[in-house]
Write a protein that binds this ligand. Sequence first.
Ligand code: SF4
Length: 289
Amino acid sequence: MASVLDPELKRALAERVRFYNELGIYDFYRRDVTPVADETATVNFIQPEQREEMSPRKAAVAVPAAPDENMFEVISSRPETGVSDPIKALKLIREDLGDCTRCRLAKQGRKQIVFGVGNPEAELMFIGEAPGADEDQQGEPFVGRAGQLLTNMIKAMGLSREQVYIANIIKCRPPNNRTPERDECETCSPFLMRQIATIKPKVIVALGAVAAKTLLAISDSMSNLRGRWYDFRPAGARSNDPNWTSAKLAVTYHPAFLLRDPRQKGEAWKDLQMAMKELGLKAPKKSDV
Ligand code: SF4
């Protein structure tokens, strides 16, 4: 039988849910908890310190079961929920991101947020690490030298940039192109998860170690991560389409790494061929490229 929730606790829970919504986290799961005598202890159950444990694969937040179930449904509804047009849904996610200041990168010299580009219904998504100087300047991912190489890789697969969707784990350029910090990836990636759940790709290719480790929450060497498929479900984000629950994810080298070590291009091509086989693609004849 439902018990009456203390108004103060209800208010605290509602505020906490809003706090997570601000971070782009909308999905929560209920977990029955042993009743506690001290209500403070219940509130502490979802204190911010727990964010440290929230890898992107674990971005759903446990909250104690509350009798007023509608409270969570109403507050935690994503703006794109129920929007079947992926163009509109992506626009709503972009609006929700706003002029984002959720992590320190907002104040470390970024010119603009680099959201993602390409076909909103792409079967194939490429996900890199972070925007660089050219991307920061132009507001589009992978437009510099590494971007040119990625474009060539996509062409070699028999596709164009417009047919795929390209994004990064984080959307703002880190100063001096440093590697993104873990907390920056965790703060930003829920928006990427929502983009993935909207686009519903068949195949995702993670470009480089940061993308692979953030998406898969696995810390391993590139040689161990490559050469196999992973079943990928965007953490904390559900698709509108009940028929789409996951994508197949493969890992390959970041194009910037391939520019530094071109000998690895053959290995990257093997990874792309794996993706092509999955998508039923055939490499175009050289004369067509
Ligand atoms: S990197 Fe992501 S979370 Fe950080 S400020 Fe930019 S958009 Fe916001």
